[in-house]
Design a protein around this ligand. Structure first.
Ligand code: PRE
Length: 181
């Protein structure tokens, strides 16, 4: 079928395709969480709320530890992975604050509700823990994991058309995916 597709159907196929390979589903949710960071930034920009909220971070990580334990995922590894997700979120938020300060015309014109966004982040926590569980065996194999991670992040960044800032966040977010990397 591929040989008979015109340029338009090729590009619409590519646009609806998910990140490739065995770490594709995990990378897909990681990118979704990175995208939600744009909304977090929009909820805080121009307010007194700081990018960094240590109390919320501890709540997120405590929830991760509990849910990981219950799901049979190594809690220390899960917490390490989520520390990276939080770092990635702050990379995006700081980058967007700088962009919106330098180019006010690019700043968001509506301010989403942080409480609702955090509920969304809590749902993504559950999805990410499920993907950590699903990929446990692969993530213990350094060579296979590293190859699959490159495939998933490379294809994911391209398919999702991530800019430099969001690619930087994706690198931070996937730093400890391969456990013995
Ligand atoms: O909930 C927030 O306020 C966020 O900015 C999100 C987030 C996270 O990634 O979970 C990131 C940075 C904050 O320090 C706390 C939590």
């Amino acid at each position: 079928a591929g040989a008979h597709m015109n340029a338009e159907s090729v590009s619409s196929t590519v646009e609806t395709t998910k990140p490739l390979g065995r770490l594709g589903p995990l990378t897909d949710v990681v990118i979704e969480r990175i995208r939600v960071s744009d909304d977090v930034a929009a909820s805080k920009f121009g307010t007194d709320s700081p990018i960094e909220d240590p109390v919320r971070e501890e709540q997120v990580l405590e929830q991760v530890r509990k849910q990981a334990d219950a799901a049979g995922v190594d809690p220390d590894a899960a917490v390490a992975f989520f520390r990276d997700q939080i770092i990635a979120s702050k990379v995006v938020q700081k980058g967007l604050f700088a962009r919106w300060t330098a180019h006010p015309e690019e700043a968001p014109t509506t301010r989403p509700d942080l409480g609702q966004i955090r509920e969304q982040l809590d749902r993504l926590t559950t999805d990410l823990l499920q993907e950590l569980k699903n990929t446990e065996q692969l993530r213990d194999k350094p060579i296979a994991c590293t190859a699959q991670l490159a495939l998933a992040t490379g294809s994911g960044a391209a398919l999702e058309r991530l800019d430099t800032l969001h690619r930087q966040a994706l690198r931070a977010a996937t730093h400890s995916v391969c456990r013995s990397q």
